[in-house]
Design a protein around this ligand. Structure first.
Ligand SMILES: NC(=O)c1ccc[n+]([C@@H]2O[C@H](COP(=O)([O-])OP(=O)(O)OC[C@H]3O[C@@H](n4cnc5c(N)ncnc54)[C@H](OP(=O)(O)O)[C@@H]3O)[C@@H](O)[C@H]2O)c1
Length: 287
């Protein structure tokens, strides 16, 4: 199977390429942002025409949530129109498509894990732009088009939460972390594997939730990162989202019910503690 990856320089884009090579039998061609800007329909069509993929894994997105809040039109252009361009090119080339979406399409008002069928109601410009992308993909009604929503992504080489916590702790900076948002941390390599399994199995088209098992607050995630890194003595203070006062609202609860994907794959994704240990083993070994 030939796979084209957008956003190939990002956390997940890199993991999809590594996982594709590891699995074997897959020919993966990644396009980083400098090679392919998804809001340019001509570039997207040219990339798909040159790679002739059986599947596109669309990881490219503008993921800076607070910056999106300041420029919603740009967020809609990259995450909404960009995804429409990718969906159009896939439809024209008869390629399958996995669009990676976000827990931020939900309001966060739920008290139990969100199913794929739960009502969406994003509370940020980023969330609304990711939902536009979902609509662009699902409105095609194509057989091999999938939307995979995930949450709290971290992975080797990426700019991510555990890396930020480790850097701050090593620099001796005081750590204050919000404890009133709950979600499921998700490791890129586990997510990449789940995405490729879904496409290889040709699961029913539509929306799937994919996150590591378990749920926690950002405070818990920071604590686990330090404890598993031999820095259990580093203190972390709890704070509220209101105290942090960021431009974009975050869902206070965004745990995803992943049972649809678990059923298809015959197994759940690993627990986030297990994923975090594997990530830290790699990260602590690198400079
Ligand atoms: N990170 C999370 O916590 C999280 C949670 C839920 C869902 N997701 C979704 O998961 C996917 C992968 O996220 P990630 O964590 O891998 O994010 P990431 O590390 O920020 O990667 C996104 C990549 O997209 C590229 N990009 C930005 N604008 C682009 C454009 N106009 N055209 C083409 N490429 C562009 C970025 O390049 P530059 O950096 O060079 O601009 C970057 O390499 C995204 O769809 C995201 O919405 C992420």
């Amino acid at each position: 199977m030939k796979i084209l990856v957008t956003g190939a320089g990002g956390q997940l884009g890199r993991a999809v390429q590594v996982t594709g090579q590891y699995l074997g039998g897959l020919e993966v061609k990644g396009f980083a942002h400098g090679e392919l800007a998804v809001e340019d329909a001509v570039q997207v069509r040219a990339a798909v025409d040159s790679a002739q993929p059986d599947l596109v894994v669309h990881c490219a997105a503008w993921t800076e949530v607070d910056a999106c809040e300041a420029d919603p039109a740009r967020a809609d252009l990259i995450n909404g129109v960009g995804t429409e361009n990718v969906a159009d090119a896939c439809a024209a080339a008869n390629a399958g498509l996995v669009y990676v979406s976000s827990d931020f399409v939900f309001s966060g008002d739920a008290e139990s894990p969100y199913k794929e069928t739960a009502a969406t109601a994003p509370v940020s410009a980023y969330g609304r732009s990711k939902l536009l992308g979902e609509e662009a993909v699902l409105s095609r009604g194509a057989d091999r088009f999938w939307v995979v929503r995930t949450s709290w992504v971290f992975g080797p080489g990426g700019k991510n939460f555990p890396r930020a916590i480790l850097n701050a702790a090593k620099a001796g900076k005081p750590l204050h972390v919000v404890d009133d948002q709950l979600g499921s941390p998700t490791m890129t390599l586990d997510l990449a594997r789940a995405i490729l399994d879904l496409a290889s199995a040709e699961g029913e088209p539509g929306v799937y939730h994919a996150a590591n098992e378990g749920a926690c607050s950002w405070y818990d995630f920071a604590r686990a990162t330090l404890d598993l890194s031999g820095m259990a003595e580093v203190p972390v203070a709890r704070m509220s989202s209101a105290d942090l006062d960021r431009p974009a609202r975050r869902p206070s609860y965004s745990v995803l019910d992943c049972s649809r994907l678990t059923k298809l794959r015959g197994q759940p994704m690993p627990h986030y503690h297990d994923a975090l240990k594997r990530y830290l083993d790699q990260e602590l070994d690198s400079p």
